[in-house]
Design a protein around this ligand. Sequence first.
Ligand code: SAH
Length: 253
Amino acid sequence: MTNRIYIVGMGPGREDMMTGEALCALEQADVIVGYTTYLELLGERFQGKELLSTPMRQEEERCRLCFGEAEKGKKVALVCSGDAGIYGLASLMYEIGKAYPETELFVVAGITAASSGAAVLGAPLNHDFCVISLSDLLTPWETIEKRLRAAAMGDFVIVLYNPSSRKRKDYLMRACDILLESVEEERVCGYVENIGREGTKAELCNLKQLRDRQVNMFTTVFIGSSGSEITGGKFITRRGYLIEKDTDICRNH
Ligand code: SAH
């Protein structure tokens, strides 16, 4: 096997949120392939490289482009936002890669939006959580509904990716209505827009309020479990440690 393709998660956007391994893979590449927005986010540092993009939705073409370039003997890096193995192109690359046995694939981990968004809000994922995408482009809506109900039943913190798009404006409302079948209206929720990019915006609210919020496609939504709360303006999920309460500390001093 001689050809190599690095499938690189670039994190949420800012270069300092990219791992050293990801930066190294991009530095070593002859050609960087990715969706236009991500290539633009890479900034000055990589503008000297050969940059190739295909529009949104042309994921298969983007992957095939990588294999084509690798066959020419170039070192190829395919960039995805966040982590390439979380709603990214890593698995599609392996599927398509079956037809290119002479090319070896390497996945380079990145900080996914659940992780970077959680850090903005506080510590909402500090106990069991699950991640659900509201996009029904590749998953039937009935499956998404089933997973939402199951997550609520399991008392997981829920992270929603792809909460909205131009064609799916009311999906967050529909998801909240499903959760409200079993979760109380006051449940702690939050969402972060443009994590690690210009215009980062974080909001805290409850589930009933979340139902009526308009969020865009660059937003990640967090719905707390029964162990979640707002503490000092931050969204946290308790892990269950038994800590000394302030009153006890006062008594001891
Ligand atoms: N591979 C990416 C996810 C791609 S799916 C990752 O691991 O993060 C696209 C969805 O991810 C968006 O609709 C949004 O919900 C979330 N997302 C990705 N980048 C984001 C960012 N910078 N700010 C907020 N949400 C983001």
